[in-house]
Design a protein. Structure first.
Length: 72
């Protein structure tokens, strides 16, 4: 399932790339893209585990960019 989320307070393209690589390592994530310019997270993941996966995505993003929020 493909989902798109708005990001808030993503400060740089380097952080976006780090977040992308961290998210891709999460079990159940097929692919993802983090766009600094658009302030968007696009993720393709297992629909049946999406809530569990998104909790891990939030944690991974907070490690890279503590001020960044994923707007659900």
């Amino acid at each position: 399932m493909k989902k798109v989320y708005k990001l808030e307070n993503l400060d740089c393209a380097v952080c976006a790339e780090k977040m992308k690589h961290a998210i891709e390592k999460i079990d159940g994530v097929e692919s993802c893209d983090v766009s600094f310019l658009m302030q968007k997270l696009t993720i393709c993941a297992d629909e049946t585990r999406l809530d569990e996966i998104m909790k891990k995505v939030v944690k991974a993003c907070k490690k890279v960019e503590p001020d960044c929020k994923i707007l659900f």
